[in-house]
Write a new protein. Structure first.
Length: 203
């Protein structure tokens, strides 16, 4: 009478040692694949968040600098140093000086963030009744995008100017995340008319 019981026990024992079924192996591989895919998407998202946050902050500060210049009828400038830091300057007493106001102080970014800017022709801003040759000590043919190689080391000149009327030259400014992981992420701050400023993701 005990034989059937022993036989059933032996069958269960053999079944428990047969290993994973094909379905179990496929499910396991699918789960691993999904986890790997999740990791690959997490890194670019983090890079995008960092680039987006820095771009939004800079965008808001440029807008605030326009209001600052307009209220004080001051000449301001945005200078990018070493590609990953920026500061706002004011032309005072015949030279450019750092602004110590809390919202416009020097800002250092991570080494994974790269800033580049290209500005248009300054002659569009002459309605300010400002003598550009006198203020910036440049020849007429040198107005527009400026090269740091042509500037005295002791006088940091901004790459982007903001005049007392609140106007700017047309410009494009890029905030890029250039880390080693994932594709580069780029945000664009730009104005085509010196009045309206846009913020948009490049890729």
């Amino acid at each position: 009478m005990m034989l059937p019981t022993n036989h059933a026990a032996n069958r269960r024992s053999r079944t428990s040692h047969q290993g994973f079924t094909l379905v179990e192996v496929m499910v396991t591989m699918a789960v691993i694949g999904m986890l790997a895919l999740t990791v690959s998407f997490v890194v670019p998202d983090k890079q995008d968040d960092e680039a987006a946050d820095n771009a939004r902050v800079l965008y808001e500060r440029i807008r605030y600098a326009r209001e600052y210049a307009l209220v004080r009828h001051a000449i301001l400038g945005l200078r990018i140093d070493d590609g990953n830091s920026y500061r706002f300057l004011q032309f005072t007493d015949g030279r450019w000086q750092d602004i110590t106001h809390r919202g416009l102080r020097r800002t250092d970014l991570s080494t994974d963030i790269e800033l580049t800017v290209e500005a248009g022709d300054l002659e569009l801003l002459q309605q300010d009744d400002t003598e550009l040759d006198e203020v910036f000590a440049v020849d007429r043919e040198d107005r527009g995008t400026r090269s740091d190689d042509d500037k005295p080391a002791s006088e940091p000149t901004p790459q982007l100017f903001i005049f007392g009327s609140g106007d700017l030259p047309p410009f494009e400014l890029f905030v890029r995340h250039v880390g080693l992981l994932g594709e580069p992420v780029s945000w664009r701050i730009a104005s085509t008319d010196g009045v309206d400023i846009v913020l948009e993701r490049e890729n």
